[in-house]
Ligand binder design. Structure first.
Ligand code: ADP
Length: 611
């Protein structure tokens, strides 16, 4: 219930929808009941064609009773036709009234439906925005723990399930009780005795349905989790399509998908079977009740306790009561599914970022002196990756990190923009712990170019603008020129306005890399982090990219990670990282003289001989 209310809470201000809805549905219920109540005078007219209809010459005094309705109708007839009227005109009039009531009743239903649809769509829009926004603000570590597919399926499919269940239950919970109330009221007025029956029968079917619903809850959760796994698999498969094809592993992934799909389908089927039972079961119970009523009520008619027309009207209304009651039952059978999905979605809303600003966090205005790692250790969950790392990057200087892969170089670079927080020790910018700064202000001074160029499905211009949305087109172009990207951009179909497609797949690796360099140039950061920025490139593009990088690095403070040692020979400091520890550090010449790990690496790459 709490979850349900929270989900509804996304629709603030709720009164905007609730108040009109209330009136629409009230009128719908009233006119709907009137339609059925009108049956009685019609039947009376037909049965009493001998002309025993009582003539009512004065408006009847208002009271809540069938008698009043009868008298009122007869009074109208008197007004219209005088004391003498023929049967046909009466029937026509009554039919016209029925049509009018049905029209009004349906019109109000439509209005109510519109309101609730507006409510539903508004709620879900807010919910989706909220979840996506929260997820995007979560700390980087969250994304390696939680599976991507799981997040995607929560934002899409689970929200869809919530949507379905919210409308369903809302509509039903707020419409059907009104209808039931209207019907039961009319029933009571016709015959309290018969109505006792109704009141006994309805809860019995509710109990049956309740039992079915209980068993649905578990399956709903399982189904949604399994769906998440399936989305993950699709995501992996699409992302790795080349590798899969290259290794002739399509069969492997297809089989895996079949397996996941099979599991999901099995759970869904199990659930659907249960769910579908709710409706037939309650219908059966409803009709059984009508049959019992027929016997009991028929007896009453024969005994003269109730008129035939009343009894038929009664049956007609009674058969209607079972419908909303059934709908109520049906919708409760899906509510658990909605709540399970809602809980999953809300879990994303409730997850708090582990890396947040301190209260009164300082704003890093300008970067003036240095960045210092002071005895920094770091672990991913329980896995210690960095141990006691200390070094300083001076303003304007370049520090290069080299060493075998898996040593922890990327991890070190991730700590500076606070993608992760250190486990022990501290990182200081201009002597202040970075945890004391506002995160955005720290990141605003940084530019990152990594091996994976991240481009979005948008124009080239907008991709370059990512870190500086207010830049003019000329500034974008200048940045592209410095990044050696201008020429090839002009050669694309629409120049800077070319859409580069999903993840920039229409461009070559070198071109993508130069766009990301242009992006960094446009942002004009004080501090640059280059993580294997050229390693995915061929020699040809590497030269262009390296030139672009040199332009970018010019005069900036930088941390460069690379295994192409030729690019960092002139770094102010080279740090060799192995197994999360600093094993050597110094300038190129100092490290060569040391004849240690670095010297070996240099020898392996034959660099000494070229220089
Ligand atoms: P390098 O950049 O030197 O190749 P990394 O910093 O990428 O090294 O990785 C250092 C170690 O941390 C590796 O053992 C790697 O498996 C581990 N690692 C990297 N990222 C994560 C992560 N998100 N979660 C858990 N372990 C990680």
């Amino acid at each position: 219930m709490k979850t349900y209310l929270r989900l509804l809470g996304f629709a603030k201000p709720i009164e905007k929808y609730a108040i009109p809805y209330f009136f629409f549905i009230l009128f719908h219920a009233i006119f709907n009941t009137v339609v059925f109540v009108m049956l009685m005078p019609i039947l009376d007219t037909l049965f009493n064609s001998s002309g025993i209809i009582e003539t009512v010459t004065r408006p009847p005094v208002f009271e809540f009773s069938m008698d009043y309705v009868n008298k009122l109708v007869n009074y109208w007839l008197y007004q219209l036709y005088g004391a003498e009227y023929d049967l046909m005109s009466i029937l026509m009039l009554l039919s016209a009234l029925i049509v009018a009531s049905v029209l009004l009743s349906n019109m109000f239903r439509y209005l109510a439906q519109r309101t609730i649809e507006g409510f539903r769509i508004h709620t879900l829009k807010k919910l989706r925005n909220n979840v996506f926004n929260n997820v995007m603000h979560l700390h980087t570590g969250f994304f390696s723990n939680e599976k991507k597919g799981d997040i995607i399926s929560k934002i899409t499919s689970d929200v869809q399930v919530v949507q379905f269940c919210i409308t369903n239950t809302l509509q039903v919970a707020f419409r059907e009780p009104f209808l039931i109330a209207g019907y039961v009221f009319a029933l009571l007025k016709i015959s309290p005795e018969l109505t006792l029956f109704t009141i006994v029968v309805l809860p019995v079917s509710a109990l049956v349905i309740g039992f079915i619903v209980k068993t649905l809850r578990k399956s709903a959760k399982e189904a949604q989790e399994s769906f998440g796994d399936m989305v993950s698999l699709i995501d992996e498969a699409l992302g790795g399509i080349k590798i899969l094809k290259g290794y002739n592993a399509i069969d492997y992934i297809v089989k895996k998908f079949y397996g996941e799909n099979d599991r999901y389908s099995r759970i869904s089927k199990h659930m659907a079977n249960r769910q579908q039972m709710a409706s037939p079961a309650s219908e059966f119970m409803g009709i059984t009740a009508v049959a019992i009523l027929l016997i009991y009520g028929g007896g009453m008619v024969m005994g003269g306790k109730i008129q035939a027309s009343e009894f038929i009207t009664y049956l007609a209304i009674f058969s209607q009561v079972t419908r909303p009651a059934r709908q109520l039952a049906d919708s409760f059978s899906t509510i658990n599914q909605g709540i399970a999905a809602g809980e999953r979605v809300l879990s994303l809303v409730d997850t708090k970022s582990e890396i947040i600003d301190k209260e009164n966090a300082l704003i890093l205005d300008g970067f003036t002196n240095d960045i210092e790692f002071k005895e920094v250790s770091f672990a991913y969950e329980n896995k210690g990756v960095l141990h006691n790392i200390s070094f300083i990057i001076n303003k304007g200087g370049t520090v290069a990190l080299v060493g075998p892969s898996g040593g922890g170089k990327s991890t070190i670079s991730d700590l500076i923009p606070r993608f992760y927080d250190v486990s022990e020790g501290e990182i200081l910018i201009d002597g202040v712990n970075i945890k004391d700064y506002n995160i955005e202000s720290v990141r605003s001074h940084m530019g990152i170019v990594s091996q994976d160029t991240v481009l979005f499905n948008d124009t080239i211009e907008n991709n370059i603008r990512l870190g500086n949305t207010i830049a003019t087109s000329t500034q974008v172009m200048n940045a592209a020129k410095i990044a050696n990207a201008h020429e090839f951009i002009l050669n694309t179909e629409h120049g800077y306005q070319t859409n580069i497609g999903d993840r920039g797949t229409k461009l070559s690796g070198g071109q993508r890399q130069r766009i990301s360099i242009a992006r960094a140039i446009l942002k004009n950061p004080d501090i640059l982090i280059l993580d294997e920025a050229t390693s995915a490139l061929d020699t040809e593009s590497e030269k262009l990219v390296q030139d672009a990088l040199n332009n970018l690095l010019n005069g900036r403070t930088s941390l460069v990670i690379t295994h192409r040692l030729s690019t960092i020979l002139h770094a102010d400091k080279i740090i060799v990282i192995e197994d999360g520890k600093i094993v050597e550090s110094g300038t190129h010449n100092e490290l060569i003289a040391l004849e240690g790990v670095y010297k070996k690496l240099i020898d392996m790459q034959n660099i000494g001989k070229q220089n």
